[in-house]
Design a protein around this ligand. Sequence first.
Ligand code: HEM
Length: 254
Amino acid sequence: MASGIRLSDRTVRFALKPLVFAASLGPFVWLVWAALTGNLSANPLSDLTNETGVWTLRFVCITLTITPLRRVTGWNAVIRFRRMMGLYAFFYGTLHFSTYIVLDRFAGLVDFPDGIVSWTTVRNLAASIAGDIYKRPFITVGFTALMLMVPLAVTSTSGMIRRLGGRRWNLLHRLIYLTAIGGVVHYWWLVKADIRRPQIYAAVVGILLTFRLVRRLQESRAAAARQGYPGRARQNAAAGNRADNAITSQEDGK
Ligand code: HEM
């Protein structure tokens, strides 16, 4: 669509990538600093859970923005940030879940019959987490959204991309759409009064998913128009496969 942004491979690899990596770690560093120096609000425990939660959703949205950004600007190198952004979403999600386990569930355990460090404590903690996932729908949805990110993180290595093949890898990685929807539902559900912030995230996720839906419709309409030309359709399908593999291997900066 657009002419495309041109930056050398070295600039992306040695300047932009380290910069984006450091910037993405910023919220974590800030949270640790604020917690250690007493710079959180009057309810620091809730701050830690909420901040890690909202950063998880932000990184999911950033990950989903990469492909539309590439298509709109023509800047192909931006795809090389997609894996990093996805892994940051998983990192903040894991942090969010960990803070919930320690600050919400562990803090709520009332007695430790065999001492704090014991199998009984681990069993009681697991039962408390499982009970909460079962009982509170917003926790059920949040947990599902996070679990859907596990196969994506596991298959993010170049070896796994190669083993699965571009097409299957892309198909699996569509699970991120469900994580995004789950994240928004989770947020909307837990907010008691002012739903403006979850509404903004719902709109952002809605736009990003609609972009993909529209493209898919355009592609299938184009494929239908080519029906009368089977030779050409076969060529285009093969080209599509090659493009899928090329795009996924670019995640690696190849
Ligand atoms: C095991 C999975 C998860 C658990 C147990 C969990 C639990 C929680 C809890 C207890 C809160 C605070 C609720 C309150 O203040 O009343 C919260 C907030 C939040 N969580 Fe999660 N969550 C999970 C996964 C996720 C995921 C995957 C996302 C995003 C994709 C997410 C996004 C958020 C957001 C945006 C908030 C609200 C932040 C704010 O109010 O500023 N959570 N979560």
